[in-house]
Write a protein that binds this ligand. Structure first.
Ligand code: S3P
Length: 191
């Protein structure tokens, strides 16, 4: 499938970048956190508190399986911990091109200090937690990704234009021509 999937640590901009990408490429944006919240009828914080993290992780996998049922090419923003389940890697690959928005722990902290919506960061030492989690996750994000885009020191426009260039480049390598309307033209298939 030819979805564009954004992965990366909390605060790296998956939802915001995803929103802008969906507008530029005229594709629907799905966000796994929002899909789960809608299905459960409660916030991520409440799901963690009432059902626990393991249950939430199972919901993320179920969510990817549901996204695989759609034929429409979409932009998919994912929760920061989703790639940590090994079985999700194969599902992500089946869904399409996986893009890792890479951010430093310091920048995550700058963006998220004061945030109360991420249950994993509601602890005594959130910066230390960010550093430990990111150390553990970074190699997993890298392994799951087809493409890595660094976000530190860049504003949204720079990230967006780099992403659009890299996506067009990749589509070009596959022998097609990616138009910003989101249509994919490939001479091999005559459309
Ligand atoms: C999580 C990231 C969150 C959300 C949940 C757990 C994580 O999503 O899925 O709080 O484990 O990193 P964002 O990455 O969109 O903040």
């Amino acid at each position: 499938m030819n979805n564009i999937i954004l992965i990366g640590f909390m605060g790296c901009g998956k939802s915001t970048v995803g929103f802008r990408l969906s507008y530029r490429l005229r594709r629907v944006l799905e966000d796994t956190d929002k899909l789960i919240e809608r299905k459960e009828g409660r916030s991520i914080s409440d799901i963690f508190a009432l059902k626990g993290e393991d249950a939430f992780r199972r919901m993320e996998t179920a969510c990817l399986r549901e996204l695989l049922l759609s034929q429409e090419e979409k932009i998919i923003a994912t929760g920061g911990g989703l790639p940590m389940r090994q079985e999700n890697h194969a599902l992500l690959k089946q869904l399409g091109t996986v893009i890792y928005l890479r951010i430093s722990a310091k920048n995550v902290w700058e963006r998220l200090k004061g945030d109360t919506s991420r249950p994993l960061l509601q602890c005594a030492e959130p910066l230390a937690k960010i550093e430990t989690l990111l150390d553990k996750r970074a190699p997993v994000y890298e392994a799951a990704a087809d493409m890595i885009v660094d976000v530190d020191g860049k504003d949204m426009e720079q990230v967006l234009s780099e992403l659009l260039d890299r996506i067009a480049e990749r589509e070009g390598e596959k022998g097609g021509f990616f138009k910003e309307s989101g249509r994919y033209e490939n001479e091999n298939f005559g459309n």
